[in-house]
Design a protein around this ligand. Structure first.
Ligand SMILES: [Mg+2]
Length: 360
């Protein structure tokens, strides 16, 4: 169904008619000029993210339901990265004519599944038309007690550097999708070359069925398309009585996020290549593409794992935590950002990768 048929208000009604707020902080959700939120005793966390078709996503390999899920999760992840609890979300979309009512409903179904997973209320948004495809702007609001908030600037010398999950898989998933997309386009080009002109003058192009080859690489696809915000890790840290000194989520790659924490905390770091958690499928894919798997883990991005530092006294607790890996420690600022390789060489970490110059 064309969106014009039901209009903007009709569309919003359809998308929001059965949304019921779950949080007591949501005093009033969709349906007035503003949503009304009430946080008498908490600090309020606000994060926003804009995603543009052709820049941040490609609809040839992500469907709208996954895109809705991912758009919500990346925002929710930022609230967790402050050690907060996500509560509300606003969603704004600019849509070109090629999107139907059903398309937007697909997007919303993914978005709502992600919100339901973490108890987030959709409290507003906007839809408008676009000439150039799809643009998505999402704002997530969360809360935390003042003393619970974890900033990027609290890392101290001797603190331990930890990451959740494993790294580089989302990036390898993207490489896999791009590879299969180019295989598909080669096939289409080939079919066009072989096209014969039929009597009515139009060329008949027969495009054979295309089955992308994802066998044995499902985890990589999942990591790229079905992003998870690590609220489970936040809960586990809380249960274990661990309060990170600095934390952020890994959206741009471990290397650049580590530099952010070090810069803002005025410290250096020393991390160990052999400690960086990498999944088997990530390693296999890197090998296939002739890429260095550590570089992929350091710079890949879109993992949305948590990078955090804890006092050295929490060493044992961290060692016992499932799905958290100790990768190094915080040093004096003057010692720089050092990666110790498997063969014990030291390199200076850069925001993008590490240079092959030996660290002093
Ligand atoms: Mg972030």
């Amino acid at each position: 169904m064309e969106i014009a048929k039901i209009g903007e208000f009709g569309l919003i009604d359809r998308l929001t008619q059965d949304i019921k707020p779950q949080n007591t902080s949501t005093k009033y959700g969709v349906g007035d000029d503003c949503a009304v939120l009430h946080y008498p005793d908490s600090e309020v966390l606000v994060t926003t993210d804009m995603l543009m078709e052709g820049v941040h996503f490609d609809l040839t390999y992500i469907d709208l339901q996954h895109l809705g899920w991912k758009s919500a999760m990346v925002n929710i992840s930022d609230i967790f990265a402050m050690n907060g609890t996500p509560r509300q979300m606003t969603v704004s979309l600019a849509l070109s004519k090629r999107f139907t009512v059903e398309d937007v409903e697909q997007f919303y179904s993914g978005l709502r599944m992600a919100c339901d997973k973490w108890g987030v209320d959709i409290v507003g948004g906007d839809t408008t038309s676009s000439y150039t495809g799809l643009a998505i702007s999402i704002t997530c609001i969360g809360e935390a007690r003042k003393e619970d908030i974890v900033y990027r600037n609290g890392a101290k010398e001797t603190d331990l550097v930890c990451v959740s999950g494993d790294l580089g898989a989302a990036y390898m998933g993207l490489q896999l999708l791009e590879r299969e997309k180019s295989v598909y386009y080669q096939m289409v080009d080939e079919a066009k070359r072989k096209a014969v002109t039929v009597p009515d003058g139009s060329p008949s192009v027969h495009i054979p069925d295309f089955q992308p080859d994802f066998a044995g690489k499902e985890y990589l696809l999942q990591r790229q398309l079905k992003t998870e915000a690590r609220g489970d890790i936040i809960n586990k840290l809380r249960e274990a009585g661990i309060h990170p000194t600095a934390m952020m989520d890994i959206s741009d790659g471990l290397s650049s996020e580590l530099m952010h924490i070090c810069k803002q905390s005025h410290v250096g770091c020393r991390i160990f290549e052999k400690q960086i958690p990498i999944d088997y499928q990530t390693a296999v894919m890197a090998e296939e593409l002739n890429m260095n798997v550590t570089t992929c883990a350091l710079n890949g991005g879109e993992d949305y794992e948590l990078l955090f530092t804890v006092p050295i006294g929490d060493h044992e607790k961290i060692e016992q935590m499932e799905d958290v890996k100790l990768i190094g420690h915080i040093t004096k600022e003057s010692l720089g950002h050092v990666l110790v390789t498997r063969d014990n060489q030291e390199f200076e970490l850069k925001a993008q990768g590490w240079t092959m110059e030996k660290a002093e």
